[in-house]
Design a protein around this ligand. Structure first.
Ligand SMILES: [Zn+2]
Ligand SMILES: [Zn+2]
Length: 240
């Protein structure tokens, strides 16, 4: 640790190396997070790391829990959204990213993580260019990368796309079968909020694999699978 002592009293990015910092470095190999200044005087958060005779300043950054689905790199949270670390190198080797704002809606780190883990959640409160509020899920598209789509599956009656709305899941081709919404299920049923997994199961096998906790008008609680009603419009509890 003689080398380390040679940094005593030096000023690095606005931080003077004190005995306390040297002790931290010799004990743990790194310091706590501090506010540094770059050459232009701009502040940034970072810490010192001591490695094989070098005292390095490491800038703080935050990553998503999930890794890049294209190259396995870490995904950084940036001012513009979520970028694979290999997009941000001088010579980028990956293009994977998700913009932080899609259709005027801030996409949270948790929402991107859920999508990448294969358990996407519904994204409410999106606005289109006409100012119309809509709901959607994250999806990946060759041209636009990560984008929003309201399509969550296929209608079991006519095969049309089923779209998520702020309140329900509806078949988009309702005109084809006459009256509005020959297929529609509410997003909330007896106090239970349907997940996308529930909806996929209802659309494909007609029944949820998990049991939902349901409330009646007296506040009594029961647990049941959910299944499509006989006319395939709406859902009913299945206590079997
Ligand atoms: Zn990548
Ligand atoms: Zn339909």
């Amino acid at each position: 640790m003689d080398n380390l002592q040679s940094f005593h009293g030096k000023k690095v990015h606005g931080i003077v190396i004190t005995d306390e910092l040297l002790k931290e470095l010799s004990d743990t190999g790194r310091t706590q997070v501090m506010t540094f200044r770059d050459r232009l005087g701009k502040q940034f958060l970072g810490h010192f790391e001591y490695d094989e005779g070098n005292l390095n300043v490491v800038r703080e950054a935050k990553h998503l829990g999930q890794r890049c689905p294209k190259c396995g790199g870490r995904i950084l949270i940036t001012s513009k959204g979520y970028f694979c670390e290999n997009c941000l190198k001088e010579k980028p080797t990956c293009r994977f990213h998700c913009n932080g704002i899609l259709s005027h809606r801030f996409i949270t780190p948790e929402e991107v993580d859920s999508f990448l883990s294969g358990h996407p959640t519904i994204i409410d409160g999106c606005f289109n260019s006409m100012g119309h509020v809509f709901s959607a899920v994250l999806t990946e598209n060759e041209t636009y990368g990560i984008t929003l789509s309201s399509v969550v599956g296929k209608c079991p009656v006519c095969g049309g796309d089923v779209l998520v709305s702020p309140v329900a899941f509806n078949c988009s081709s309702y005109q084809k079968c006459g009256e509005p919404y020959h297929f529609s299920i509410w997003r909330h049923f007896k106090g239970y909020s349907l997940s996308l997994k529930d909806v996929h199961e209802l659309l494909t096998i007609g029944k949820t694999s998990g049991k939902a906790t349901l409330y009646n008008a007296q506040g009594h609680i029961s647990k049941a699978h959910l299944k499509l009603a006989h006319n395939k419009n709406g859902i009913i509890p299945d206590y079997s």
